[in-house]
Structures are given as structure tokens and as C-alpha cells.
Design a protein around this ligand. Structure first.
Ligand code: NAD
Length: 324
């Protein structure tokens, strides 16, 4: 199968860039990497791949992208951390055009496997009101009350994948990612997520000598964060599996935002005065991934310790900031 054409959509982004690199390392020889952004803005770009700049919201572009494709990973979406998705609901929902047009093109060209990157934001808000979380299991997505905007788009697109499989026989696979982090991602500009944002703030405090940090919310909200290597392994395992329903792909190592700041401070060798911005977007109060199903199907779950992944992420962001 390694000689068949694999198309990675959203390849200029964080996870897509890593996926192209990983596929090449694993011997996949025919990779098409597609993203909306100009090449200079891609986080990673590999000359061995066929790189294309296309706006996948258009059906015509999706047909260009998927011509001769055997396998398709859809990681393209207009997205970001809480700061972005709370203020850009229409833009988030417009990603529905990407997945819908990609599915239509995949059907037209007889694609063998199609992967969609969904999100823990599909889960009902009323199941995430307390920091003392009960981990979210896949069935908790219904009755539906997902994150407004971004979460609704993900839930709708999940169902499109399901119905394309049931009605047209297209082999779709869906993973619900829980907060992915690592090097080669967004760390400033408004789309960054907590691990990168906190790393950047700690680095800036360290370099400037202003030893304060602003934290969004009261810092008591809980989350789990999955290191990129686990995301890549899980994504490809789910793609190759017979898991037909959307499945959690996330770490179950729960941490408060304050705990995450502790980890980054320890890596940086610094202690900062914390200023809590209670008006900033902070998302749900608590969220964790129930990994019973992925353990059952794959005999595996994401296991990189947060401390280890954050060390690598911090070092990369530090290098980017001092290089500027
Ligand atoms: P990212 O923003 O780094 O990458 C997404 C890429 O999609 C970007 O490079 C963007 O330019 C591209 N894109 C957007 N609109 C496009 C269009 N019209 N045509 C072509 N390309 C377009 O995000 P990421 O963190 O790599 O996330 C990848 C996927 O995983 C997304 O679908 C995201 O919703 C999902 N996801 C990510 C996380 C996470 O924590 N990173 C969590 C849950 C789900």
C-alpha cells in the first residue's frame, strides 16, 4: 500500500505537517500535501511530497486535490484555540464546505479510505461543567449540544462521514482529537492553544524580566493534552482499523491549567506571579478522554507524559522566539 497516493489536506498546518513527515519516514512514496496557505507559511514542507496550494472549500479544488488518490486524511479546518473559536463561529462552521466537498470528490474518484479529524468539542457542554470530570466516552456526544460553531461543524461532518459510508460505501474513519500539542505549531497570533500559549508567555516573561503571567480563567479548569507523536500513531492506526464509529484519540492524563503552568515554570526554571483574567475565553470547566474504546480496539492509548512532551514543545518555541 505504500506506493499508493496518499493525500494530506491541511498539510501546511500543525498536525498535517507532522503527518506528511511521518508518512515519508515510514516509506510512503507518493504523497500529495495540500493547504490553503502560501508555502512560506506552512509549518513544515517536504520537497519529496507533491505540495499544492488550494482552497478546499471549493468543490473544484477538492477534485484537483483528490485526483488519483487512494487514501485521504482531512486535517484542513479554519480553527484555533478558545480565543479563536469563541469569536469566529461562522468561520469555523464554514469548514463544513471542506469536508463535504472532499467527501464528494472522494466518492467520485473511488477513494479507498477517508479520515476526518473531529474534536472533543463535539461533546455536550452540560457534561463538562465541573473541573472534577467524568472522562467523556464516545456516546456522550448525544443528545447533541456541542461547542457552538466549531463543535457543531465537527459533529455534522462526522455524520456526513457516517452517511457516506452507509449510503455510498466510502470507507470513512473519524477520530475525536483531544487537545494536541507539540513543536511546529501555532504559538502566537491568536489561534494558539493553551500549551503553546503558556510556553510563549513563560518564555517572554523570562526573556523580558517581567515576571508575571496572565492566565485565562481561574486556572482551575481541567484538561488533558496529547503529544503529537501519539496523535500520529493513533491517527494512522484508526485509519487502518475497522473502527467505524468516531473514537476518542486523546491523553487521559488530567491536569489543571495551573498545573500546566507549574510544569512550564519548572522547565523554564522560573516562578511567575499569576494574574487571572476571568473575562477571557476559557472553554468548558473540565474535560478528559475516556479511553476504554481505543484500548479495546487497538490495545493502545496515548501515553507520552505531559512533562516530557511539554519539555520538547517549550524548547522548540523558545528557539523560535529567540531566532526572531
Ligand atoms: P492547523 O490550524 O495548524 O491546521 C489546519 C490547516 O488547515 C491550516 O494549515 C489551514 O491553512 C488549513 N486550511 C484551513 N482552511 C483551508 C481551506 N479552505 N483549504 C485548504 N486548507 C485549509 O490545525 P491543527 O492543529 O493541525 O488541526 C488539524 C485538524 O485537527 C483540524 O481539523 C482540527 O480541527 C482538528 N483538531 C485539532 C486539535 C488540536 O488540538 N490541534 C484538536 C481537535 C481537533
Amino acid at each position: 500500500m505504500k506506493s499508493e497516493k496518499v493525500v494530506v489536506c491541511g498539510a501546511g498546518g500543525f498536525i498535517g505537517g507532522h503527518l506528511v513527515g511521518d508518512l515519508l519516514r515510514r516509506g510512503f512514496a507518493d504523497i500529495r500535501a495540500v493547504d490553503l496557505k502560501p508555502f512560506s507559511d506552512w509549518f513544515q514542507r517536504f520537497p519529496e511530497a507533491e505540495n499544492k496550494q488550494l482552497d478546499l472549500q471549493s468543490r473544484e479544488a477538492c477534485e484537483k486535490a483528490l485526483q488519483d488518490a487512494h487514501t485521504v486524511y482531512n486535517l484542513a479546518a479554519d480553527m484555533g484555540g478558545m480565543g479563536f473559536i469563541e469569536h469566529n463561529k461562522a468561520l469555523c462552521m464554514l469548514s463544513v464546505m471542506i469536508n463535504t466537498h472532499l467527501l464528494l470528490a472522494a466518492r467520485k474518484f473511488g477513494v479507498s479510505r477517508f479520515f476526518f479529524a473531529s474534536s472533543a468539542c463535539v461533546y455536550a457542554a452540560d457534561k463538562q461543567t465541573s473541573p472534577e470530570v467524568v472522562p467523556l466516552k464516545e456516546s456522550d456526544a448525544y443528545p447533541a449540544m456541542p461547542e457552538d460553531g466549531y463543535g457543531w461543524e465537527k459533529l455534522f461532518s462526522e455524520r456526513m462521514c457516517r452517511h457516506f459510508r452507509e449510503d455510498f460505501g466510502l470507507q470513512t474513519r473519524v477520530a475525536r482529537y483531544h487537545n494536541v500539542y507539540g513543536p511546529h505549531g501555532t504559538y502566537d497570533g491568536g489561534r494558539e492553544k493553551a500549551p503553546a500559549a503558556i510556553s510563549r508567555k513563560v518564555i517572554q516573561a523570562k526573556l523580558s524580566g517581567n515576571h508575571t503571567i496572565e492566565i485565562w480563567g481561574d486556572g482551575k479548569q481541567t484538561r488533558s493534552f496529547m503529544y503529537i507523536d501519539d496523535c500520529l500513531k493513533g491517527t494512522q492506526a484508526i485509519m487502518q482499523s475497522d473502527i467505524l464509529e468516531p473514537i476518542n484519540l486523546g491523553s487521559s492524563e488530567l491536569v489543571t491549567i495551573n498545573g500546566l503552568v507549574d510544569i512550564v515554570e519548572e522547565i523554564a526554571g522560573i516562578k511567575l506571579k499569576r494574574i487571572y483574567n476571568l473575562k477571557a475565553p476559557k472553554g468548558v470547566n473540565g474535560r478528559n478522554s475516556d479511553n476504554t474504546l481505543i484500548r479495546h480496539y487497538l490495545g493502545w492509548e496515548p501515553s507520552t507524559r505531559l512533562r516530557d512532551g511539554m519539555e520538547r514543545t517549550y524548547r522548540w518555541i523558545y528557539d523560535q522566539i529567540v531566532k526572531k
